[in-house]
Write a protein that binds this ligand. Sequence first.
Ligand SMILES: NC(=O)c1ccc[n+]([C@@H]2O[C@H](COP(=O)([O-])OP(=O)(O)OC[C@H]3O[C@@H](n4cnc5c(N)ncnc54)[C@H](O)[C@@H]3O)[C@@H](O)[C@H]2O)c1
Ligand SMILES: O=P(O)(O)OC[C@H](O)CO
Length: 328
Amino acid sequence: MSGGARIAVLGGGAWGTALAQTLCMAGNTVRLWARDAANVEAINHDHANPRYLPGIGLHEALTASGDAGSALRGVECVLAVVPAQTMRIVLETVAPLLPNDVPVVLCAKGIEASTGQLLSEVAREVLPESPVAALSGPSFAHDVAAGLPTAVTVAAEDLGTADRLATLLSTPSLRCYSSDDLVGVEVGGALKNVLAIAAGAVAGAGLGASAQASLVTRGFVELRRIAESFGARPETLMGLSGLGDLILTCGSGQSRNFSYGHAVGRGQPVANLPLAEGVATAGIAWTIAQERRLDAPITQSVVMLLDQRITVREAVSNLLARPLKRET
Ligand SMILES: NC(=O)c1ccc[n+]([C@@H]2O[C@H](COP(=O)([O-])OP(=O)(O)OC[C@H]3O[C@@H](n4cnc5c(N)ncnc54)[C@H](O)[C@@H]3O)[C@@H](O)[C@H]2O)c1
Ligand SMILES: O=P(O)(O)OC[C@H](O)CO
């Protein structure tokens, strides 16, 4: 169980603040690095993050800094909690400041759109000497920050590293399971966001709960197909970071990806909506599926929908009109 460690969190958004909060409440010394001065000021002086975690009072011992060097000084572990598409630049920023043996836990959910790389591959390129892990699973930032019970998976290629990190990061309300299927945990977390957009779109278009259940189920088949092409293990995808997160995100308006899809389904503007990681991951997931000759019609439909090449109703009609097949 967590307690007494010195931990840095990179990213002052909803998820970084929530993880910092639960780790701080468990007795760790947590320093959060945020680029936005107003954010740093609010955390240090008001014990709040009103922009990203409204309504949550933060632990008084939780401190933030705009100086990465100060946040990283003497830490045992770093949590990288910025959007997937900015992970490379953030890791490049901290690379000169990070001692080699300090593990970096990637807490974002996405695939780098410009390269098709998983975030662990990005991290290995930028921080070749650092042990790399991923934390993923069904967990809304607000729930974790409020101390509600949550379970996630912490994965590293070396099971001993995953075990140690799961112990370090588990708190009385956040239970971390360990896994050595790093790729499975990463891809499950990334692809569920694409499917949450699809589920939200079907809900927003008013196509009914039956359509939504079928879409999520068939979407999970796609998730498994694509993830297994990366080497993910089926049992990982049946776990917290695959099926677990799909259940959470595809059925809750609390999810930003679901809400994004919902707005698309209702024909509402999306320009000012909060971060929906699935938007950036959908295109690269579809590219990867095509390159590997994988059947992924729901992922393709999300891409066409986001590009405004098709409406939700047209997408669903197309899915229904596909040649009948055995259920695999
Ligand atoms: N919010 C959740 O419930 C939740 C839960 C689990 C996982 N995640 C994942 O965590 C990741 C971050 O999500 P979030 O909810 O914290 O997002 P957010 O939009 O709430 O916050 C993102 C933070 O990253 C910072 N940031 C963005 N670009 C940056 C850059 N170039 N340099 C430094 N900082 C930068 C922003 O200033 C902001 O503080 C996403 O991949 C998301 O899928 C989120
Ligand atoms: O709000 P979302 O859609 O980014 O989902 C947040 C987490 O990933 C849920 O596990």
